[in-house]
Design a protein around this ligand. Structure first.
Ligand SMILES: [Zn+2]
Length: 171
């Protein structure tokens, strides 16, 4: 029984032991994280960190953190292989730049919302709520065409309320 178990272990070593050409023990520290069907995963980690360093790092960690550590090392190793100069720092800084650009866009959009709200409030107060507003009292033509002013005023009022309702609806 013992021999057949060992034979099975030798028949399918983990990706790390296969690359290092060593026997994959039952308690192999690599085998849970570097399955045989993903050889490239360990190849890059070995190339960048070195198998013995990875072994040491994993041994120093509690079991429940090893998976995350391996994901992190695989990510860093792949980034380093792709970009030998900047490694994962290249990806981080390009994502940081995207965040900055999007935050600028967001700030501009928020400023526009504030601007539109202020304009809407101003145009509402121009229709009778603000007695001193320049548009309602300052236009000489509306004073001259006395009979035509009221229907236009009513129409504006309806349009403004509709657009106000729309913008409130969308918020
Ligand atoms: Zn192994």
């Amino acid at each position: 029984m013992k021999e057949s178990g060992r034979k099975q272990g030798a028949a399918s070593p983990c990706a790390a032991c296969k690359l290092l050409r060593r026997r994959c023990a039952q308690d192999c520290v690599f085998s849970p994280y570097f399955p045989a069907d993903e050889p490239q995963k360990f190849a890059n980690v070995h190339k960048v960190f070195g198998a013995s360093n990875v072994n040491k790092m994993l041994q120093e960690l509690p079991m429940h953190q090893r998976g995350d550590a391996v994901s992190s090392m695989v990510y860093e190793a792949n980034a380093r292989v792709r970009d030998p100069v900047y490694g994962c720092v290249g990806a981080i800084s390009s994502l940081q730049q995207q965040i900055d650009a999007l935050q600028t866009q967001l700030a501009l959009a928020q400023a526009e919302v504030v601007h539109l709200r202020v304009r809407q409030t101003a145009s509402l107060s121009n229709h009778g709520f603000g007695p001193g507003s320049p548009n309602s009292s300052g236009s000489p033509s509306s004073k001259l065409m006395g009979s035509q002013v009221k229907p236009i005023f009513d129409m504006d009022m309806v349009v403004d309320q509709a657009s106000l309702g729309e913008s409130m609806w969308s918020c």
